[in-house]
Structures are given as structure tokens and as C-alpha cells.
Design a binder for this molecule. Sequence first.
Ligand code: PMP
Length: 458
Amino acid sequence: MTYSALENEIKTYEKRSPKSREAHLKASQRLPLGVGSNYRFYPPYPLFVQDANGVVFHDLDGNAYDDYNLCYGTLMAGHCHPAVVKAVESRLKLGTTYGMPHGLELELAEEVCARYPVDMVRFTNSGGEATMNALRLARAVTKRDKIVKMEGGYHGGHDGVSVSVKPQAADFGDPQAPNTVIISEGVLKATADATIVAPFNDLEATEAIFERNPGQIAAVILEPIMMNIVFVTPDDGYLQGLREITKRHGALLIFDEMKTGAKLCYGGASEYFNVTPDIITLGKSIGGGLPLAAFCASKETMSVISGQKMYHAGTYNTNPLVMAAGLAMFREVLTHDAYTHVDAMERMLVEGYQEIIDKTGMIAYADGIGANGALVLYPKRIRNYRDWYDHDTEVWMHYWYGMTNRGIVPQPFWPDEQWTLSVQHTEKHIKAHLDAFADIAPALAAAQHERKLTAQAV
Ligand code: PMP
């Protein structure tokens, strides 16, 4: 149920962006939903982009926005980072793709192996391809079929992980043994059936899954911090516990580090949490805005590929443009100094949000580490999907449209996402972001309290 303050923000959004409305209407004739990826559609229509540079993008109506969406967290470099642009330009006239090895892929693999606890890398063009092949790798190594994924976890659009991404309460099942809920028509049921769903932050439940499926589970795949249900950190000892359980049962542990790999800290989640998984998948910000992802593991694990037992291929894999962008990221953008800067901006943003939340009496908290963080509309720390499920989507939309109308896109649309800071955000940007939040927060607090009273009265 919408409410008037939210409706007013949506009206303002529509008033500011008539050209996006028109473009979306036209695009819908040729592109299902009018977009190139289902997730990009949101009501009443998505903003269409004219151009972007640094931390700013313009929509078709010429409105400028400070960008904290940054392509779903792909641009920790910010838009058009000079090092990335230069690297790509320098390769552009030397051939854009060869389908043959050229040496840059080794250079980039060396960078990856220097930073993360892995010996070998296979690059892919998207995160979904990386997790799909990571799972195939785990099956090839263990000669087992089943995998375990977390309720609320997202790992791309392929069938094996297209279950229980955002299940509805009616389909939940037992909290300790959640149902496997297929997310889309067309998913092969037999593939989905091989995916068992576990609750995040619950070692006992995972242990029980292994006991119910002895010798059958190839891998547990998860984001070390769940960032497709806002921002859910692991309890102390949880990742260490998963490491121990998987090892004891002869299964592999896969950290899907699309978001944490570059943006949590210099060495990603294994450095931050001091846990070494068997396979790491990387993507998003390692490519500086170009389509680069990877799955990485020890020499021993990768021996099924080296020994031609497992097939992994792709026409565009390791094309020199993307490799050059990746090298610029690892060597020039994702430096220790960059993390010091981003950490300082992050502290300013999270603490600033929390102060405003406390002052206005919002039922919420701010959380974040490294380049990622979010406003969480929940009274206490979220530990798993079912906690997150209880949030108030309307108040969240009020926040998003309210901020966007004030020239700050605070994160991608949809409340399961979070903000990304880039190396190009400065104190000036953080201050503008906090000013916008301070402006909208009293209305959000009022809406929350009013809706709570209404809900109690019903
Ligand atoms: N894994 C995680 C954790 C992700 O967040 C995403 C994308 N949001 C993916 C995999 C899929 O990546 P891509 O969209 O590049 O296929």
C-alpha cells in the first residue's frame, strides 16, 4: 500500500524524467520489459542514461545524479577512470579480440594470484559464468552432484543457482531446512533439485544437510557477506565453521566474491575473515566497468581442467581490451592507498547515516565495510534472508525516490542492494549524500511510525 509522501516522491520523479518514460515506452516494443536485464526494470519506469563520468551520470532529461549504484557495484573505479580508459585505448587499435592467447591473460592471472589465496585462474565474461563453472569444477573434483546455496543468495542467472533467491513466505518451509524454490519458469527442475538450500549464519542446519546427504554434496557456495539481501555479515566463527564442515565432509567451499573480492579490502573476504575457501569467484569491480569475471582455485583443484577432464570455454574469454582494463584495475586503481581513502569515505557515510537515523528516530541502522554499505530498514542486525524479508518495501522506495529526486542515486533500485563507493568519491560527495539523507529522513521516520501504528491497529 503506497502512502501520500511516497506518492509525492514518485510524482516528482515522473516530473523530472519525462524523456526516460518515453524512452522506456519505446524500448518496450523491442526489448522485453524495455530493458536488457530483468533486474533493471522498476516502477514506474527506469531512468535512462545519457552519459556518465567520474561519480556523476546524466539522465535523458539532463538531470545530474551522484552515482552510488555504479552498475550494481561494478565501478569501484568510478566511471571512465583515467587509468582504465588509457589502458583500453592503448589496446583498441591493436585488435579487440583474437581467440588466441596473447600474454596479457598471464599478467592478469599473476595479479589475481598475488592478491588472493589461489594458484590458477580461468577468466570469464560475467559473474554468472564464473559461478556456473565454479560449480562444475566442484562437481568434477568431488564427483558428486549436489550443491548447497544459501536462502536469499544470488549467484547469477543459470539454472543450478536459480532457486530460493527471493522466496515468498508461503513457500519458505522449515527455517533449518528451507524448501528449494525455483525462481523462474524454464528452469530445469532436475538441475534445481540438485541444489539444497541452507539458512545463512546457521552451522547446525548446514551440518544437518550434510548428514542427510552423505557423500553427495560437491560444494557449498555463498557470498561471505550476503550482498543480495542488503548487507548481511557472517556471525563470528561462521565462515570458519563452514570451512571445517565442508572439509570434514569432503566438499568444496566456494566464496562468491563478485562484490567482496575487490570492494571489501585489498585481499577480499579471505583476507578480511582469515578463511581460505577452495574456489573463489571474482567479477564486477575487478574489470573497471568492462565484462571481466573469473573462477580461481589451487593448482590441484584446477587439475581437472589442466587434465582435460572438465571443459570450460568462451569465444570472448581474455580478450585484450578486458585484460588491459583488469590490469589497470589491479595495478593502478585497487591500490592500498585507494582502500585507505575508500575506508575513510565509508566511515564518514555510515556514521553520518547512523547519526541522522538516531536523530530522527528512524527504525533502521546503517552498516557497511569497504566500499559497500546500506541503510537497513530493520530494528536490529539482520542475520539471514528471513530477517530481511520483513523489511518495509514502501518506506524503502520512499528513501530511494526521495534521494534520487535530490540528485543522489543512493544504490541500485530494489531494497536487496547496497551502495558502492568509488575511488573517485570525495568528502564533498559524501557530504552532499548525507545532506540529501538528512532532508528526507524525517519523512521516512514519520512514515515508519505511522505505518507501525496502523499495522498495530489492524
Ligand atoms: N554472484 C553475485 C554475488 C552477484 O552479486 C552477481 C551479480 N549481481 C552475480 C554472481 C552474477 O554476476 P553477473 O551479473 O556478472 O552474471
